[in-house]
Design a binder for this molecule. Structure first.
Ligand code: TXA
Ligand code: MG
Length: 348
């Protein structure tokens, strides 16, 4: 049985927080909202509980977890090395959607890091996550609270769709704000490298880290090894998703053509487009996504839209790659390309 406790997202009540904190302290699995997506938390110091978490998610055990703490003071116990820039990054971006990868201390179990010599650490900003971490007073390992390879959950209902009966408790604090996972910044190598783009963009990091770069700019093989989770199919709806890149007018015409072909073959089609994109095609499932120029709105809606397409039982999904938007644009592009798993059509 999975317990569901409703909690006020801006002023969390002490009772549900205390119940969830106790559950974590005795090795339970607790889903909770962060400002990015819902996390599935477990005591990071309890190796047996961490193994139960991998089993509940169906996640391969070599895919390392992010350790969540209430503030930067807790970093000393988890990281063996603290480069000077960490304090500036923490002052600027914590609490918030930034995860730092650092050489790990011996305190962190192998089960958390997938045997890597580094550990990922994040200080989430969501008041419920903050209250929970303070009440539990232990570091909390938390991947996104979805079944492996499903889109990350941005509402408690998504968590229950995937994990009802497999976890102990869900703190339901309503929808999350950012909608895509935190920026993962690797500080363990020679060049600071963003392994996963998120709301803390390269442009925001550059004033503090002039040489920061995005993963994959020198072949990517090394980064793939450093972050095994980035190798696998992720963020995916059940129906195959094809991503169409190019100028919007050309892309929309091509999508309309391909819809007619699929429908003629009796297939049920879903689309993922900006709300203002005009599509000359009918009888498609089209969840709201936000206006095509509004990266913040699209990021907040993206995973819910993918889940709505699955719930509608579509056979395939045709998505428009939104032109490089500011801010969350690269993060949205990254998640759409992963969901497409190589099915990319370049138009025009
Ligand atoms: O926004 C988020 O980061 C959410 C919320 C719950 O905090 N969490 C999240 O966790 O997205 P998860 O497990 O779904 O993704 C963690 C990512 C994976 O791509 C993993 O490979 C990478 O972080 N990661 C974790 N530890 C790492 C390490 N030591 N070195 C490199 N990458 C690491
Ligand atoms: Mg995940």
């Amino acid at each position: 049985m999975t317990r569901i406790l409703i909690v006020n997202p801006s002023h969390p009540e002490p009772e549900p927080i205390a119940a969830a904190a106790t559950c974590l302290r005795v090795g339970g699995l607790v889903a909770f909202p962060t400002e990015t997506v819902y996390g599935l938390g477990v005591s990071a110091l309890d190796a047996a509980a961490v193994r139960r978490l991998f089993a509940a998610k169906g996640r391969p055990s070599n895919d390392p977890l992010i350790v969540h703490v209430a503030d930067v003071e807790h970093l000393a116990a988890l990281a063996a090395v603290r480069p000077p820039v960490v304090d500036a990054l923490a002052a600027r971006f914590w609490p918030g959607p930034l995860t730092l990868v650092l050489p790990r201390s011996p305190l962190v179990p192998d089960d958390v890091t997938g045997g890597l010599d580094t550990v990922a650490i994040r200080v989430p900003a969501h008041p419920v996550a903050q209250a929970l971490l303070r009440a539990a007073a232990i570091p909390v390992a938390a991947p996104s609270a979805n079944l492996f390879s499903r889109p990350s959950p941005t509402q408690a209902a998504h968590v229950l769709d995937d994990l009802d009966g497999r976890i102990d408790l869900v703190l339901d604090g309503g929808p999350t704000q950012v909608g895509v996972e935190s920026t993962v910044l690797d500080l363990s190598g020679e060049v600071p490298t963003v392994l996963r783009p998120g709301a803390v963009t390269l442009a925001l990091l550059r004033p503090l880290l002039p040489d920061v770069r995005m993963r994959g700019q020198d072949g990517g093989a090394q980064e793939a090894l450093r972050s095994p989770g980035l190798l696998t199919r992720h963020y995916s709806p059940r129906a195959p998703l094809t991503l169409y890149e190019g100028p919007s007018a050309v892309v929309l015409r091509r999508i309309a053509d391909d819809i007619r072909v699929a429908q003629a073959a009796g297939r049920r089609v879903g689309v993922l487009l900006g709300d203002d994109d005009e599509l000359p095609a009918w009888r498609v499932v089209r969840p709201a996504l936000g206006r095509s120029g509004d990266a913040g709105a699209i990021a907040a809606r993206l995973y819910a839209a993918l889940r709505e397409l699955d719930a509608a039982g579509v056979d395939e999904i045709l998505a428009r790659a939104l032109p490089e938007l500011d801010g969350l644009g690269p993060a949205i592009g990254d998640r759409l390309r992963r969901a497409a798993a190589g099915r990319i059509v370049r138009c025009g």
